[in-house]
Design a protein around this ligand. Structure first.
Ligand code: IMP
Length: 235
């Protein structure tokens, strides 16, 4: 299965492809942007983007919208994270937090997968605190000022593999992988059913005429083909 990850952010692509390295999914980078509306929820940004991308992109794709939500700032920057990172940067956030002792925050990632005609969204969250100063050279965006729960290091002080053990994005990808497993099972079942149908229609030629003349149960017959079970493949 090939999925195009549509993002201009090389850091996001590195994280998601590391996480999916062992999966039976080939992730390719489609380095392009898409219109992002200003709204109150990350999921809405993706659903709007998908309406345009569905016409412009052939094949299955994945998009990611993420944000940092700082509790002492009333969840700011949240859905404004990209704009605020550009305008204020991490230093601006640290200034807003100067003297603030309550430093709880969380990251949230929403992924939207378009597969065939279907859209499915997956969420991941990571709680933590805002550091007193920028630390670390890895990662991107707010990574130098975010310390995930249970850690003393910021995300920017971790490798991609370390961040991927606990991050919001990694958790959303885990939910995505569970869906891939489901799709895989459905595909396997459909394949097995169609193989069985094939085998059954071969067998049908061996069935003696008395048996063949027995009328099948209504659920056994679709479009003139004799089916061993009702499945999407048969229908
Ligand atoms: P968007 O998902 O590209 O809209 O990201 C919004 C803002 O959050 C951008 O400034 C990103 O750099 C930043 N951001 C998104 N994901 C992460 C992350 O995992 N770590 C740090 N910053 C992030």
């Amino acid at each position: 299965m090939t999925i195009q990850f549509i993002t201009t952010n090389a850091g996001k692509f590195a994280e998601v492809s590391e996480k999916l390295a062992a999966a039976s999914v080939k992730l390719v980078h489609l380095d392009r942007g898409y219109p992002e509306i200003q709204t109150d929820r990350l999921e809405k940004v993706l659903k709007y983007a998908a309406t345009g991308l569905d016409d412009e992109v052939k094949g299955d794709y994945l998009i990611d919208d993420s944000g940092l939500f700082i509790e002492a700032l009333g969840s700011f920057p949240g859905v404004y994270s990209a704009f605020v990172q550009k305008k204020l940067g991490n230093r601006g956030i640290l200034k807003l937090m100067a003297g603030e002792r309550y430093r709880a925050a969380f990251f949230e990632t929403v992924l939207l997968l378009r597969q065939g005609e279907e859209h499915e969204v997956f969420h991941g969250q990571c709680r933590g605190t805002i550091a007193d100063a920028e630390r670390g050279k890895g990662g991107f965006g707010y990574d130098p000022i975010f310390i995930p729960e249970g850690e003393t290091r910021t995300f920017a002080e971790m490798t991609v593999a370390e961040k991927n053990k606990i991050s919001h994005r990694a958790r959303a990808v885990q939910a995505l992988q569970a869906a891939f497993a489901r799709f895989g099972q459905q595909a396997d079942t459909a394949e097995a059913d169609s193989a069985e149908v094939g085998a059954d229609s071969e067998d049908a030629s061996d069935v003696d005429s008395a048996e063949a003349s027995e009328s099948p149960e209504p659920w056994q017959s679709f479009g003139g083909q004799r089916c061993v079970s009702v499945s999407k493949t048969c229908i």
